[in-house]
Write a protein of this length. Structure first.
Length: 242
């Protein structure tokens, strides 16, 4: 991955001086409680209450990020610096667009950002995001054509829709991680980085072995912005050997 001052990653404290507040510094206000309405289920009431009391949600709304997930990428990049100098970045599972926003902010307008999602994503300056199932046979060719060259970073925040059955959900999400990994091996430039959402227990078995063989460094991280009750964490594989 190429370096250079133009791609320097500003620490979160520096971004805060430029108007991007660190949500960890936001004091929590009085807790908001939501009454259960006639047409609202208990689960949706709990979700709404959690959203109203989440400082990351409030920070994202104030700072113009499309989701609180933007802070997960900011925190991981603050620690590992994988966006530094990146000129081509792929965003798998891009909706609603918070990660693409972060890449544009950190890397600048010279970086090509290509994304894909099942859902429609409203336009993001500097990013080209297609609505398509990543597992469709034509998806890989479409992304490669849009990239126009080897990628420096492949990001995957994909997760399978939950079924309520933990083992099934885990297997389905890990299947997406494996598909993202194989795609990354196809498009990454030597020295590139692969970042992917996994579930508690981390990257397992054969895939973890493959990552360690194919990258110089493989770490797991649960960013502070990831909710404590969530089973998600992220694998950060850096230094693709090609």
């Amino acid at each position: 991955m190429a370096g250079g001052a133009a791609g320097r990653v500003a620490p979160m404290t520096e971004r805060r001086d430029k108007g991007r507040s660190d949500p960890k510094s936001i004091a929590r206000g009085p807790k908001v409680r939501v009454r259960t309405a006639k047409k609202r289920t208990a689960a949706s009431t709990r979700w709404l209450e959690r959203q109203l009391n989440d400082p990351y949600v409030a920070a994202a709304k104030r700072q113009g990020y499309r989701s609180r997930a933007a802070y997960k990428l900011l925190e991981m990049n603050d620690k590992y610096g994988f966006l530094r100098g990146a000129r081509r970045v792929v965003d798998l599972g891009a909706a609603p667009g918070g990660w693409a926003q972060v890449v544009g902010e950190v890397c600048g307008p010279a970086t090509r950002v290509v994304g894909i999602d099942l859902l429609e994503v409203a336009p993001i300056p500097g990013a080209e995001i297609i609505k398509l199932d990543f597992l469709k046979p034509e998806a890989e060719a479409c992304l490669i054509e849009l990239l126009g060259g080897p990628a420096d970073v492949v990001l995957s925040d994909m997760a399978a829709p939950t079924t309520g059955h933990k083992q099934t959900d885990h297997l389905r999400t890990m299947a997406l991680v494996e598909a993202a990994y194989h795609f990354a091996c196809t498009v990454l430039a030597p020295g590139g980085t692969f970042v992917a959402k996994v579930l508690r227990g981390g990257t397992e078995g054969e895939l973890l072995t493959q990552l360690k063989q194919g990258f110089r460094s493989v770490k797991h991280m649960k960013p502070p912005a990831s909710r404590s009750g969530s089973t998600e964490m992220y694998v950060i594989a850096q230094g693709f050997k090609g």
